[in-house]
Design a protein around this ligand. Structure first.
Ligand code: ADP
Ligand code: MG
Length: 424
């Protein structure tokens, strides 16, 4: 039995898409020529949606359509079509603040739950490049602009309370996608669950230890509560290197379908966690030990740069755009020691959140449902498990002892020490 869908919804095929796009003048104009000559390919490699690339004589576009179920699993796991609307709305808001760092939206079809956007070409998914040890010299500068600006301008520091609350209300119904995060990141990896998987039998004892670790289960549960309840800013919601498309010159953030108003550290921490995970994967890929030392050094520098760049730019935006209702200048005048103190406290809390969310993302990619190509592509399970044990050890420490890391350099030093200890 097909899943029930709203009136007017149909899953797009090539012919349907051709007719639809021919009827949208801005889009047809961008492709050029006669619609019969356009080439249409389905390229979705993601877990959830259909993605098409359409090319005409004058240019190309990308179309993304939500399916009423999780593509990876099938019709047995229904999923709200409205995620396309949240992705569309988040994309429009982010484009206002982060021009040039997100694909431009060209059209949204509310009945088909379908987004038409700028085609990113020759950009590739960053995770793919990073698994093959490609460096991206402009990444830190560009992604920290995205992180600082998208979060600052949608926080209470920049928005008047009524606007902020309207934004919370708009994204609040994205509950299906939030629930995926709540289950897959903050719950399943710490219990027995059918959806969990890991490199077995090598990590069987580790998975069991995770399920029996009360300190860890307390830490992840406190973090889940922060995720559920702290409406700080509009989040991307799935901020990892699989949601970033790059060339060596350009960075673009795609796929904000998990967008909702939540704790800023979730986006920043998830990205840092995924970069740390990439740091550990190269021991499983290099042909001789040390071959990728230079690349590892770039990854470490990138992790440090992401935190420092984000934190510096966020506070600069705060100094320059005090347009929100939080921390009013009547109480904390520009440049005053009191304002500096407020900013330091805010950033210290954000740092602590970032560490814990980074830690959570490391465990879920090792013991939970969705793993990363960085580690999955290591064919020899013993080599993969050796890397994954270091990932898990760092994960636990970030979750349980975030207070022992005062700086990002201490985090990267710990990652380096874990490899050195194992003689990697
Ligand atoms: P899902 O939400 O289903 O995971 P994504 O938004 O991540 O879908 O897109 C799936 C894939 O489609 C990406 O990994 C990328 O290869 C390709 N893609 C997505 N958006 C674009 C775009 N604007 N231009 C070119 N390719 C894109
Ligand atoms: Mg997605």
């Amino acid at each position: 039995m097909p899943l029930p869908t709203p009136e007017g919804y149909r899953v797009m095929d090539e012919a349907g898409l051709r007719d639809l796009l021919a009827g949208v003048p801005e889009v047809a104009g961008q492709l050029g020529g006669d619609s019969a000559g356009w080439t249409i390919r389905e390229v979705g490699d993601g877990n959830l949606n259909l993605v098409f690339i359409i090319e005409g004589p004058d240019g190309g576009i990308c179309v993304k359509q939500a399916l009423p179920y999780v593509r990876l699993v099938g019709e047995g796991w229904p999923l709200d079509l409205n995620r396309a609307f949240f992705e569309y709305r988040a994309s429009v808001i982010q484009a206002e603040h982060c021009q040039g760092l997100v694909p431009q939206i060209l059209h949204y079809d509310p009945k088909l739950f379908l987004i038409v956007m700028e085609l990113l070409s020759p950009h590739i998914i960053m995770r793919r490049g990073m698994t093959e040890a490609v460096d991206y010299p402009n990444f830190v500068a560009q992604i920290t602009d995205y992180l600082a600006r998208s979060h600052y301008f949608t926080s209470d520091l920049a928005l008047p309370a009524a606007k902020k609350k309207a934004m919370i209300a708009e994204f609040c119904p994205n509950t299906d996608l939030c629930k995926i995060t709540e289950d897959l990141i903050f719950t399943h990896p710490y219990m027995v669950h059918d959806l969990n998987r890991w490199t077995s039998p090598q990590l069987d004892r580790w998975a069991e230890a995770w399920r029996n670790d009360d300190q860890l289960k307390l830490a992840i549960s406190q973090l889940k509560q922060d995720f559920l309840s702290r409406a700080e800013a509009l989040l991307h919601g799935d901020m990892h290197t699989g949601s970033i498309m790059v060339t060596r010159a350009e960075t673009r953030v795609i796929d904000p379908e998990f967008a909702f108003v939540g704790p800023i550290g979730f986006d920043v921490g998830k990205l840092i966690g995924n970069l740390l995970l990439n740091y550990f994967c190269h021991d499983g890929h290099e042909n001789r030990p040390g071959e990728r030392d230079g690349y590892r050094a770039w990854v470490i520098e990138t992790i440090q740069g992401v935190w420092h760049g984000f934190a510096t730019k966020f506070v600069e935006l705060w100094d320059g755009h005090r347009t929100g209702d939080a921390y009013p200048s009547d109480l904390l005048p520009d440049g005053s020691p009191a304002l500096r103190q407020a900013q330091a406290a805010y950033m210290a809390r954000l740092w602590n959140d970032t560490l814990r969310f980074a830690g959570a993302s490391l465990t879920r990619r090792t013991l939970g449902l969705a793993h990363n190509a960085d580690l999955e592509r290591i064919e020899d399970p013993d080599r993969r498990a050796a890397c994954e044990k270091r990932v898990l050890e760092l994960s636990r420490d970030l979750l349980v002892n975030p207070g022992s890391y005062a700086t990002i350099e201490q985090v990267t030093a710990r990652a380096e020490a874990l490899r050195a200890r194992d003689g990697a």
